[in-house]
Design a binder for this molecule. Structure first.
Ligand SMILES: C[S@@+](CC[C@H](N)C(=O)[O-])C[C@H]1O[C@@H](n2cnc3c(N)ncnc32)[C@H](O)[C@@H]1O
Length: 262
């Protein structure tokens, strides 16, 4: 990752921090509530007493939920503004300014679980991030990563002419990694920066960093949560659109020949 890319993304998230807090509030936004958080919690299981790293914690809604469930939480983010808001909301949680790709404030083999909730598509350095997760994780720990579905980017989605389907437009080849800049949406006032990578590149990065995939899901709304949808459009989208992917990873202790430097 170049220093410029790092500074550019960090400065973007600093600018977006206030609006991000409005987006997720204390409960997460509707995509998290309706679709991905239930999968995240089912992958996490009982976190009571576990040391959990919420990497790229933003303004900390998930850190606070983990804390309520009895986890010993460390929340890290490279954006000083995000961490400032997170600390103000929960001074009792250990929030640290730190980059996912270094995690220099987190010791080797020190956490039972790493969660990166909608972070991997936003970090310029996927390989370094996955290696850092491997370093800080205990031997029998787990990593849970939820990130925007790279095959179905929401910024490129629109309803089909008959209103029943969805159309996705691509302005670049899917198989090429790209830094993407998209105009602000909703209440946001700044352009969004994210990094497109094909799904297989994520899987390769997990493997290269020494992980095996033990569970995978494309989160969608379940029947019990239909009543939580704010309106018909949200319910329809949650039933039909793959917003994210969720992976549960463990350290690969079977194959000793994984190349941690890739
Ligand atoms: C989409 S937000 C998600 C925040 C939070 N996990 C949530 O679900 O509300 C992405 C977050 O990742 C952080 N981030 C992106 N790249 C990072 C990096 N290399 N190191 C640390 N944080 C990073 C951003 O500052 C931002 O807070």
């Amino acid at each position: 990752m170049s220093k410029e890319q790092f500074e550019e993304t960090k400065s973007f998230w600093n600018r977006a921090a206030r609006d991000w807090d409005i987006q997720v509030g204390n409960e997460g936004d509707s995509n998290r509530i309706l679709n991905s958080d239930p999968v995240l919690w089912s992958f996490a299981g009982d976190v009571n007493g576990l040391a959990v790293l919420d990497a790229g914690c933003g303004t900390g809604y998930l850190s606070r939920k983990l804390h309520k469930r009895g986890a010993k939480v460390i929340g890290t983010d490279f954006s000083e503004k995000m961490i400032g808001i997170a600390r103000a909301k929960a001074p009792f949680i250990d929030f640290r300014i730190d980059s996912c790709s270094d995690l220099q404030t987190v010791g080797d083999s020190s956490v039972d679980m790493v969660i990166a909730n909608y972070v991997l598509m936003d970090t310029p350095d996927l390989g370094g991030t996955m290696r850092a997760f491997n370093r800080v994780l205990k031997a029998d720990g787990v990593v849970i990563v939820v990130f925007s579905h790279p095959c179905f980017p929401q910024g490129h989605a629109s309803p089909s002419a008959d209103g029943d389907g969805i159309e996705y437009r691509w302005s670049f080849p899917y198989f090429e990694q790209q830094k993407c800049i998209e105009p602000p949406w909703g209440h946001f006032t700044t352009d969004f920066i994210y990094f497109h990578r094909p799904l297989s590149d994520y899987w390769k990065a997990f493997k290269a960093a020494g992980f095996i995939v033990v569970d995978f899901e494309e989160p969608r709304i379940t029947k019990e949560r239909h009543r939580l949808a704010e309106n018909v459009r949200r319910l329809k989208n949650s039933k039909n659109r793959p917003y994210s992917v969720a992976f549960k990873l463990q350290k690969n202790r079977i194959l000793p020949d994984v190349d941690l430097k890739v």
